[in-house]
Design a protein around this ligand. Structure first.
Ligand code: MN
Length: 216
């Protein structure tokens, strides 16, 4: 194959306790998947159809990064989330992710009924820890927490997901295409809030590698 110019290298994530890397194909995200977060955003927590959006693999940024505060926002928000990594035989493993959101841009999109792309899929908006293999962790009742500057701001439990991991996977298989290399950000609990330059974010899910990043 002769390319007109050099194609970009695949985006990858390290795998905990392995020298292999996970090649990323697509990044799916679920919105409105914890009742307390839907209520804090002014919505109705009755179980409706799941909400999906996507981020580009190129938006991914790894653990321990120093992240430049993004352009064109006055209200960058954190959202800590369980990330499910899909392999050749279904769930491959899990990570802790931060679905960074330009909330002011999202509000304009919501008010106008426009797409969320600019609010969600910008450089360094998909923060993700290394992947822990499925056989090395029990995730069903794991606590999920986020600390901003060492102060706890989000706390919930994976058992509170409105749409379970299996339901989300089944929906994506039938409605989109779910393939090895896909990541799914499964939604955030209540407590979302702003990030400013100088802030550190530390996200924990029992049994997974803690995510630890700083905005500069
Ligand atoms: Mn989210």
């Amino acid at each position: 194959m002769k390319y007109a110019f050099k194609p970009i290298a695949p985006v990858t994530l390290p795998i905990v306790n392995s020298n292999e890397n996970f090649p990323i194909r697509r990044i799916y995200c679920v919105g409105k998947n914890y009742a307390d977060h839907i209520i804090e955003m002014g919505g109705n927590s009755k179980r409706n159809e799941p909400v999906f959006f996507t981020k580009s693999p190129q938006a991914l940024i790894k653990n321990y990064s120093k992240i430049p505060y993004p352009r064109n926002t006055t209200n960058l928000h954190y959202e800590v989330e369980l990330v499910v990594a899909i392999g050749p035989n279904g769930v491959f493993g899990y990570s802790v992710g931060l679905d960074m959101t330009r909330r002011n841009v999202q509000k304009i999109a919501k008010d106008k009924g426009g797409p969320w792309t600019r609010a969600k899929d910008f450089p360094n908006s998909a923060i993700c820890s290394d992947i822990t293999l499925i056989n090395q962790v029990e995730i069903q009742n794991a606590e999920i927490k986020l600390f901003k500057n060492n102060k706890i701001v989000q706390k919930s439990n994976i058992s509170k997901l409105i749409w379970s991991i299996n339901e989300i996977m089944s929906y994506l298989e039938n409605d989109m295409d779910l393939k090895p290399g896909d990541l799914i950000y499964t939604g955030t609990p209540a407590g979302v809030g702003p990030v400013l330059p100088g802030d550190t974010l530390l996200g924990q899910i029992d049994g997974l590698e803690t995510i630890n990043v700083k905005f500069i």
